[in-house]
Design a protein around this ligand. Structure first.
Ligand code: AVJ
Length: 322
């Protein structure tokens, strides 16, 4: 018996080790040490992130899935037939399956993710599940300019899928540029289907980023473990503490790794000094009011065609049009 394994060709533009090293060193040499959150997602980090999505405290994933499920008939109407679906930060592509199952004969799916192994596994799975859809995975840091491959089949409009409230990882000015880029991609008659986490009781937000099982802490600390693995560094993970808090003035979760002591860390031959209590800022996750987000989209010349929320108004899904 022969087993048919669908083959997918990966377009690999992943950041090199040299890029990773220079961005890490640049971040750690700032007066306020920072590390870009995109580097959370190595093979290990992507697995830990998938575990976060299953946590009782982490409401966004299941809430967004439920919203998408409910909104599917309307989404199908907005998106229409023969679409080229482009997804940024596709990860395990779990939410995408809903779309690929229920859209009207989608022609091509282009998942873009920085995490190569994760992307390949998800793409292979999708290629087997959806033989009629052209699957074109791209491994890349999508915060950098990126040209997308042509789909073989002639396709209709381009729709961008950007779930998970990953837009919240950008500062508002960066979010605006990213929205502008997505607008250009979906011109003239496509759209952007995106998830946005909403402002709410800060204790709910606090719990979502400080789960009792410590999975989010492990996700945060994995960044240091990754630097050790890939850049010949010697971070002692026990010397850093996961710290996440909601800043209601900025409207964002801030995630940090706080040095518990005065200490020196080596990254190859580069010395980095930490004071006791000094943070490395690893992530922000902005939360929006619906009107705030609509105003940001409008600045990028995107109009909210329709917006869906859950009954508790925890999370929102927007269909934006140029
Ligand atoms: C991937 C951006 C949606 O900000 O909530 C989860 C990442 N960080 N727990 C978020 C994350 C800590 C997540 N996003």
């Amino acid at each position: 018996e022969t087993q048919q394994v669908a083959k997918v060709r990966l377009l690999d533009a992943a950041p090199t080790i040299a890029c990773f090293r220079s961005e890490v060193l640049e971040g750690l040499r700032q007066p306020i040490k920072t590390l870009p959150c995109k580097f959370f997602y190595d093979a290990e980090g992507s697995q830990i992130f998938d575990a976060i999505c299953e946590l009782a405290e982490y409401y966004p994933t299941r809430t967004e899935l439920a919203i998408l499920q409910q909104a599917m008939p309307a989404i199908r109407h907005w998106v229409g037939p023969d679409v080229r679906l482009v997804e940024y930060g596709s990860g395990a592509s779990r939410k995408t399956r809903l779309l690929l199952d229920q859209l009207e004969a989608p022609a091509a799916y282009l998942p873009i993710d920085i995490s190569r192994e994760h992307l390949l596994a998800a793409s292979q799975d999708l290629a087997e599940r959806y033989p009629a859809i052209e699957i074109l995975p791209i491994c890349a840091d999508y915060t950098q300019p990126l040209s997308l491959p042509q789909a073989q089949r002639s396709v209709g409009r381009t729709v961008v899928f950007y779930p998970g409230s990953t837009i919240g990882n950008f500062h508002p000015d960066e979010a605006l540029s990213f929205l502008t880029m997505m607008r250009e991609l979906c011109l003239p008659d496509g759209g952007v289907l995106l998830g946005v986490d909403l402002k709410k009781d800060p204790s709910l937000l606090h719990a979502a980023y400080n789960d009792t099982a410590g999975v989010t802490a492990a996700f945060n600390l994995n960044l240091l473990a990754r630097i050790n693995r890939e850049l010949d560094a010697n971070f002692a993970l026990a010397n850093f503490r996961h710290y996440a808090c909601y800043n209601p003035i900025q409207g964002r979760i801030e995630m940090h790794l706080v040095s518990l002591h005065d200490q020196t860390v080596w990254i190859g031959d580069q010395q980095i000094d930490f004071r006791r209590g000094e943070p490395i800022w690893t992530e922000c996750s902005y939360k929006y009011h619906l009107q705030e987000f609509a105003a940001l989209a409008a600045q990028a010349q995107l109009a909210v065609a329709e917006v869906w929320t859950d009954p508790q108004n925890l999370f929102s899904v927007h269909y934006l049009r140029p």
